[in-house]
Ligand binder design. Structure first.
Ligand code: NAD
Ligand code: LMR
Length: 336
C-alpha cells in the first residue's frame, strides 16, 4: 500500500507595508505605480497599501489611475488611497518615492527647477517627520533630486539622515548600458560602475574600477572615448532624451526608481551609485550635501564603499560637482 505523504505549507502572509508615491498623476508615476503594485519593487510576497499623492487639481486624473489599478486586480494590493493631504499620504509610511515636481524643458538645466520645486519638499519632509514610520526609506526623484532630498531630510530631523536618498540610479544604469554597448557585451557582464556627485551635467561617471566579464577596464579612462564620448553622453543623457521626446525621461526613470528601492530593500550583488548624505565621508567631500557615492546594499541598508582611489583628473571633476551642490544648497538655505 502506498504511503500518503502530507505536505505542510508554511506560506506566512506578510503584513502590508505603506508605500507613498508623490506626483502620482504624472508621467514617471504612471510607469512606476503599476510595477510597484505588481511586486517588482518590494518582492512578490509583499502586500502593499498604496498612498498616491498629488496636488488638488490633479485629483480627478489620479482617480483615473486608481480605477486602472483596481482593474489590474493586483493580488498584492491591499488598499489604494488617493490624496493631496500630506499627513494622510505619509501616515505610517514605510517607503516613499518623491517624484512630484516640475520637469525641465528644452534648454534648461535641472538646477533651474530649484526655485519652483525646492519648496515642494519642505512640507513633505515635515509631514514625513510627523506621521511616517521612523525607519522609512525615502527616494527623491523630482529634480534637482539631490538638493530636493537635502531639503526633505533637513525638515525631518526625527529620522536618520541615511533614510533619505536621491536618485542616481538612472545615471548608473545609463553608464552600464553605454559600457556594454562599447564592449559589445551583455549588461550582466558590466560591474562596479560608479557615478559620483550630483544628478546634473557635472556628475562624474567613473570607470576606474569597472569590470567587463571579470576584467578590470581601468585603462579605458585614458582612451579618448571615455572623456570625449562617454562622460558627456552620460552627463547630458537627460537633455538628449528631452530633445528627442520633447518630454523628459519617464519609463527609464521609473525603472531606475524601482531598481534603487528594490536593491536597498532586498540587496544587490554589485556596486551601486546612491545619492546620500555626505557627512563623515572619507573622500574629502563637504558635509551636508546629498552626494552620490559608490555603495553596497545588504540587509536593508546601504553603505558607502570607502576605499576607492581617484586619479587627479577625476578628483578635479568631483570638486566641480561638489561645488555645484554647495551652490544649490546655498540658494535654498531658507528651506533647510
Ligand atoms: P510630470 O509633470 O509628468 O508629473 C509631475 C507630477 O507631480 C504632476 O502630476 C504634478 O501635479 C505633481 N506635483 C506637482 N507638485 C506636487 C506636490 N507638491 N505634491 C505632489 N505632487 C505634485 O513630471 P514627470 O515626468 O513625472 O517628472 C517628475 C520629476 O522627476 C521632474 O522634476 C523630473 O525632472 C524628475 N526626474 C528625475 C529623474 C532622476 O533621475 N532623478 C529622472 C527623470 C525625471
Ligand atoms: C533625466 O536624467 O532624464 C531626468 O533628470 C530628466 C532631465 O531633466 O534630464
Amino acid at each position: 500500500k502506498r504511503k500518503k505523504t502530507k505536505t505542510v505549507t508554511t506560506n506566512k502572509i506578510k503584513k502590508p507595508v505603506n508605500v507613498a508615491i508623490t506626483g502620482a498623476a504624472g508621467n514617471i508615476a504612471y510607469s512606476a505605480i503599476f510595477r510597484v503594485a505588481s511586486g517588482q519593487m518590494l518582492g512578490y510576497d509583499q502586500p502593499i497599501n498604496l498612498k498616491l499623492i498629488d496636488i488638488e487639481p490633479a485629483m480627478n486624473a489620479l482617480k483615473g489611475v486608481k480605477f486602472e489599478l483596481e482593474d489590474c486586480a493586483f493580488p498584492l494590493i491591499n488598499t489604494i488611497t488617493i490624496t493631496f493631504d500630506l499627513n494622510v499620504g505619509f501616515e505610517e509610511c514605510d517607503y516613499a518615492l518623491l517624484i512630484g515636481a516640475k520637469p525641465r524643458m528644452k534648454g534648461m538645466e535641472r538646477k533651474d527647477l530649484l526655485k519652483d520645486n525646492g519648496k515642494i519638499f519642505k512640507p513633505q519632509g515635515e509631514a514625513i517627520n510627523t506621521v511616517a514610520n521612523k525607519n522609512i526609506k525615502v527616494l527623491v526623484v523630482g529634480n534637482p533630486a539631490n538638493t530636493n532630498a537635502l531639503i526633505t531630510m533637513h525638515n525631518a530631523p526625527s529620522i536618520d539622515p541615511k533614510q533619505f536618498t536621491s536618485m542616481m540610479r538612472l545615471d548608473h544604469d545609463r553608464s552600464i548600458a553605454q559600457v556594454a554597448n562599447k564592449y559589445k557585451t551583455s549588461i550582466n557582464e558590466v560591474k562596479k560602475v560608479i557615478v559620483w556627485g550630483n544628478h546634473s551635467n557635472t556628475q562624474v561617471p567613473d570607470l576606474s574600477y569597472c569590470e567587463v566579464s571579470g576584467n578590470n577596464i581601468k585603462d579605458i579612462i585614458n582612451d579618448s572615448w571615455y572623456e570625449n564620448d562617454f562622460i558627456p553622453r552620460i552627463q547630458n543623457r537627460g537633455a538628449e532624451i528631452i530633445d528627442a521626446r520633447g518630454l523628459s525621461s519617464a519609463a527609464s526613470a521609473a525603472n531606475a526608481a524601482i531598481a534603487h528601492m528594490r536593491d536597498w530593500v532586498l540587496s544587490a550583488n554589485d556596486w551601486l551609485s546612491i545619492g546620500q548624505i555626505s557627512n563623515g565621508n572619507s573622500y574629502g567631500i563637504s558635509d551636508d550635501l546629498m552626494f552620490s557615492f559608490p555603495s553596497i546594499c545588504s540587509n536593508g541598508n546601504y553603505e558607502k564603499i570607502e576605499d576607492v582611489s581617484m586619479s587627479e583628473k577625476l578628483n578635479d571633476y568631483i570638486k566641480i560637482t561638489e561645488k555645484e551642490l554647495i551652490q544649490e544648497r546655498d540658494s535654498v538655505l531658507d528651506l533647510l
